[in-house]
Design a protein around this ligand. Structure first.
Ligand SMILES: [Fe+2]
Ligand SMILES: [Fe+2]
Length: 178
């Protein structure tokens, strides 16, 4: 497994971990609506910053570009499907955000469940198909270069402080929704 794909697989594990917590948040009746809204606001922040900007950003700006260069696959191919799913995910996040601003938890839940299903399927496809292909097509040197670019990008869009903050947030959610 290459260094760059390994980094993305690790991020998939973090995203899946959060999605498991989301399932618990939605089905939990131990918190009042007003409390749930606070968690969901934080969750939307995590999805926007980490899942979309950082993780999907690394894929779209660097890995996919590299794969397109290596295979000439673009629209209609597996990368086209992945890009379409990233865009769908963004739409669900926007709908979740809107629902929370309107204090409409039922609407939030519908879109959060759809988002969660979409992303779980998406991650399965990337882990089992696209990243396998990337590992076959990109040699160690290419993977190393990609990883370096990931690191620079991550530092630019997230930075150390926000990373720590996200970790602390996820840890607290896991404690509050056991
Ligand atoms: Fe993706
Ligand atoms: Fe991904």
């Amino acid at each position: 497994m290459g260094k760059a794909t390994q980094d993305l697989r690790k991020e998939h594990k973090s995203i899946l971990y959060v999605l498991e917590i989301v399932d618990k948040m939605i089905s939990s009746d131990s918190k009042k609506d007003i409390e749930k809204i606070k968690y969901y606001d934080e969750l939307i922040y995590f999805l926007k910053v980490f899942a979309d900007k950082c993780h999907h950003g690394k894929e779209e700006n660097f890995l996919f570009e590299e794969l397109v260069n290596a295979t000439l696959l673009k629209d209609g191919g597996p990368i086209g499907v992945m890009l379409k799913e990233h865009a769908e995910g963004r739409e669900y996040i926007a709908l979740m955000d809107e629902a929370i601003k309107d204090r409409n938890l039922a609407r939030f839940n519908v879109n959060a469940i759809k988002y969660s299903q979409l992303l779980k399927n998406h991650i399965t496809k990337e882990d089992n198909v696209l990243f396998q292909l990337a590992d076959e097509l990109l040699d160690d040197k290419k993977q190393e270069q990609l990883f370096e670019r990931f690191e620079q990008y991550e530092e630019r869009v997230i930075g150390h402080g926000v990373h720590e903050k996200l970790h602390a947030m996820i840890h607290r959610w896991a404690e509050d929704f056991k």
